[in-house]
Design a protein around this ligand. Structure first.
Ligand SMILES: Cc1cc2nc3c(=O)[nH]c(=O)nc-3n(C[C@H](O)[C@H](O)[C@H](O)COP(=O)(O)O)c2cc1C
Length: 328
């Protein structure tokens, strides 16, 4: 348990923001399956672009269980402050600042993790955002911008002084992208230095790894990104392992089928049929990775154009797999 401002986070396992992945249907699913907090996909700090369909869907929090955390990305203090105010008007109960994303589109505008190079600007942004809204503001960052430029501990202190309520740290530098091993030493150092909650992020893929990282870094929680793709039940698995030291049984095929079909329905409803069918391909691919060794079903699924066809294929696939499971 830890606090972000006035919000108590009961389960120390958090869904990381992932553009193109952590949309409302996925956030709701992860929350239902045990995530203590979920963070939205980033929205640009240029509020003039918020009328686009992409931003509108990213800003939709209807029916979500709070606290609702919305991530903003940009490199101009005034625009970031304004975006924070607007995000709160759209329902954000926590505003998260993106200094963790190496994506080109963000970094070309000196936003995301590229910002970490300019500490004076970081300070300005943190102060501007914190003073513009009454809700807690959190910061997500990497350990630095290159292995020989690890400045996250310095920025963490700056953030605490600026009134940031919690930190999430991905144990890689910006230049490392997603390659190489994550290092948790910097996260451990940060945790020793600040008294605000710290979430450890990067390559946490199993309940055991979550426990080890928590023990090693003494962080208040873990944040998971890619490990939740196609495996949203990982949150309850980690929660159970942390609470009991026992491994929770993997979900049975029947439960996977139900979760997947519910997820698909939520996507069709949220995005409409045309977009929903396309977005379902990505998620279903992740779910099926564990069950479809020769990729045959995934290939077939990706050619389907309607919700009805997609639902029928998933029904058939699981009915056949369930038959094999019972026979075995
Ligand atoms: C597809 C994808 C999209 C991402 N989008 C964002 C984003 O919008 N904001 C952000 O701060 N980090 C973003 N990240 C980084 C993740 O939040 C996380 O820090 C990173 O994936 C490491 O955690 P993991 O090993 O648990 O996946 C993204 C990562 C992926 C794979």
């Amino acid at each position: 348990m830890f606090l972000i401002g006035q919000y108590q986070i009961d389960t120390p396992v958090v869904l990381a923001p992932m553009a193109g992945v952590t949309d409302r249907p996925f956030r709701q699913l992860c929350r239902k399956l045990g995530a203590g907090l979920v963070v939205s996909e980033m929205v640009t700090s240029d509020v003039n672009l918020w009328s686009t369909r992409k931003s509108q869907t990213r800003l939709d929090h209807q029916g979500e269980v709070g606290p609702i955390s919305v991530q903003i990305a940009g490199g101009d203090p005034y625009m970031m402050a304004n975006a924070a105010i607007m995000a709160v008007k759209h329902g954000a109960q926590i505003v998260d600042i993106n200094m963790g994303c190496p994506a080109k589109k963000v970094c070309n505008k000196a936003a995301g993790s590229a910002l970490m190079k300019d500490e004076a600007l970081v300070k300005e942004i943190l102060q501007a955002v914190v003073s513009s809204v009454d809700v807690p503001v959190t910061l997500k960052m990497r350990t630095g911008w290159a292995p020989d430029h690890i400045n996250a501990p310095k920025i963490a202190l700056m953030a605490e002084q600026a009134g940031i309520s919690a930190l999430a740290v991905h144990g890689r530098t910006r230049s490392c992208g997603y390659k190489g091993d994550v290092e948790y030493d910097t996260i451990k150092t940060i945790k020793q230095q600040v008294s605000i909650p710290v979430l450890a992020n990067g390559d946490i893929t199993t309940p055991l790894k979550a426990k080890q990282v928590l023990e090693y870094t003494q962080a208040d929680g873990v944040m998971l990104g890619r490990a939740a793709q196609g495996r949203p039940w990982i949150f309850r698995e980690i929660q159970h392992f942390l609470n009991t030291g026992q491994t929770l049984e993997a979900p049975k095929l029947l439960e996977v089928k139900i979760i997947l079909l519910d997820h698909m329905s939520a996507l069709y409803e949220f995005y409409g049929e045309f977009m929903g069918v396309r977005i379902a391909r990505k998620h279903v691919g992740w779910y099926l990775q564990a069950h479809d060794n020769d990729r045959n079903v995934r290939r077939q699924f990706n050619q389907l154009e309607t919700p009805e066809e997609q639902i029928t294929l998933i029904h058939t696939f699981f009915t056949q797999s369930l038959g094999k499971e019972t026979a075995a």
